[in-house]
Design a protein around this ligand. Structure first.
Ligand code: URA
Length: 503
């Protein structure tokens, strides 16, 4: 039987060359044996794919895009299904417009499963820092363990290379491992035991997760569908989930009792502890935020800070003060304890923050967390927010490329930052980058000139200026990036010491 031997399970180029040869020779889909590896193992296998002689008929670009992903699916029929689709496209170039066609449906399903796996890998890879003995002058490598369902390591490697260009990293998986040392390299699959198992960063993650966990918002079904249980074992924060879930009812009861003791009705208490629903107030009911940003809805000043912050967040979810709310997924509001003495203001949510609805959870967030840990600052005791609350981006195909907010957008959003600061009343606010510095001071600030010393803000409190963590992420020059990281940590240490001195 005609046989195609592919070099790897995700060998798209090999599949394409073989499929072209078979199609040109008029070989029916059901006759071809597809194999991965060096030698055919099927007893019936024999004749190799003929070389394509006639020029290939053209296929829609969209088919090739889908095929590149479907090839990565672990389903052993994928090569044959794609070849059948290729043959069908010769007579029906618009085949893929017919989503009801069983072959098209099957391929779309395989594609969807791969895309989901790609997304999970991006969301659930957690790097752990290890000393790298292969580096002569000492140095660290960030190593992660992930168990993909499909052969997506190569497909996803460009994403990680772009995001973590300034770090040395490896992602180990049972199927194949990928390494970055300024260029990508691949090695055969590893075992869980090859990956480091926990480091000090894990404790930070766990503290952080425990502090933001709100028992009243517990939705086990949603949690398990977004974060399937198979990934839990590799996430430091996941080890807390069963205990937090088990204790959720008790914690909710205690919150209700505390609210009742403060004289609030059951409905108000329920709404307030849900965190995303503000306690109703007549003031807010009569002063809604006007679209376009002219109106200001005063946040009731008599309530407890947590209620006022919840009310503010609720308003912000409906913010239309500038056009950025349109394309973004959601408002990404600040988070952290209302009693925090230290506040961080970033620029704006990135792609992952926009999807998660939380600040600094993507790649810049990882650098930020690493720097905080190095500086001895517990993120769960700080309030973290952004100068601009919606993700501003340019769509390029399916990618959303970060775009810098302009001064009009920063000024429109300052209203929220000022109210957050008015409620939290931090002793020190750190501006991460130029956008945050402009938001806090109302004018353009040169980071290199102002960093590392306190500035007095209009309300009398202190601001410190630091670089934005993504500045450290994108640098091509590794030595310079490491030096910048150390400077960033030093700035954070100075802030920590200043806070201690302020008492
Ligand atoms: N960059 C920011 O400034 N804020 C975030 O929340 C994420 C990335």
């Amino acid at each position: 039987m005609p046989t195609a031997v592919l070099a790897r399970p995700d060998d798209f180029d090999g599949w394409r060359a073989a499929a072209r040869g078979f199609a040109a020779a008029g070989v029916a889909a059901e006759r071809v044996v597809w194999q991965v590896g060096d030698a055919p193992t099927d007893l019936l296998a024999g004749a190799p794919a003929p070389a394509a002689t006639a020029p290939m008929f053209t296929v829609p670009k969209a088919f090739l895009e889908i095929a590149r992903r479907v090839i990565c699916n672990a389903d052993h029929e994928r090569f044959a299904l794609l070849y059948a689709a290729l043959l069908a496209l010769r007579d029906r170039p618009k085949l893929f417009d017919d989503a009801a066609d069983p072959l098209v449906r099957r391929l779309y399903d395989l594609d969807k499963s791969v895309r989901r796996d790609v997304h999970k890998m991006r969301a659930f890879v957690r790097f752990r820092e290890v000393a790298d003995a292969s580096i002569a002058d000492g140095g660290e490598r960030f190593v992660a363990w992930f168990e993909p369902e499909h052969h997506i390591v190569r497909l996803n490697s460009g994403f990680f290379a772009r995001r973590f260009a300034a770090m040395r990293w490896s992602i180990l998986t049972p199927l194949e491992c990928v390494h970055w040392d300024g260029e990508l390299a691949f090695t055969p699959g590893a075992t869980r035991a090859d990956a480091p198992d926990g480091d000090p960063l894990e404790a930070t993650w766990r503290t952080y997760y425990a502090s933001i966990f709100n028992p009243a918002r517990l939705k086990v079904k949603a949690m398990t569908s977004e974060m399937p249980r198979k990934y839990w074992k590799n996430l430091p924060e996941a080890s807390l989930v069963p205990g937090l879930v088990a204790g959720a009812e008790e914690r909710t009861r205690m919150m209700i009792e505390a609210g009742a003791a403060a004289g609030r009705s059951n409905d108000e208490v329920q709404a307030a502890i849900a965190g995303d629903v503000a306690t109703p107030s007549p003031e807010r009911a009569t002063a809604p935020l006007a679209a376009g940003g002219a109106g200001v809805a005063p946040v009731p000043s008599g309530d407890a800070p947590a209620d006022r912050l919840a009310a503010l967040r609720d308003e912000a979810l409906r913010c239309k003060r500038c056009p950025l709310y349109g394309p973004a997924t959601q408002t990404v509001f600040g988070e952290g304890p209302t009693a925090a003495r230290l506040m961080f203001v970033g620029e704006q949510p990135g792609d992952q923050e926009d999807l998660a609805g939380r600040p600094f959870v993507g790649p810049a967030g990882q650098v930020f967390d690493r720097a905080l840990a190095a500086a001895g600052i517990d993120r769960s005791r700080t309030y973290v927010t952004n100068a601009v609350k919606h993700f501003k981006f340019e769509a390029r195909g399916k990618r959303r490329i970060h775009s810098k907010p302009d001064t009009g957008e920063i000024d429109a959003c300052r209203w929220w930052v000022e109210h957050e600061r008015g409620i939290v009343k931090p002793a020190v606010t750190v501006a991460l980058g130029a956008t945050a510095a402009r938001s806090l001071t109302g004018k353009a600030v040169t980071i290199s000139r102002e960093r590392g010393r306190p500035l007095r803000l209009a309300d009398g409190s202190e601001a410190w200026i630091a670089v934005h963590p993504s500045f450290l992420l994108w640098s091509e020059d590794r030595a310079a990036a490491e030096a910048e990281f150390e400077r960033f940590v030093a700035d954070l240490v100075a802030v920590r010491e200043r806070l201690a001195a302020l008492g």
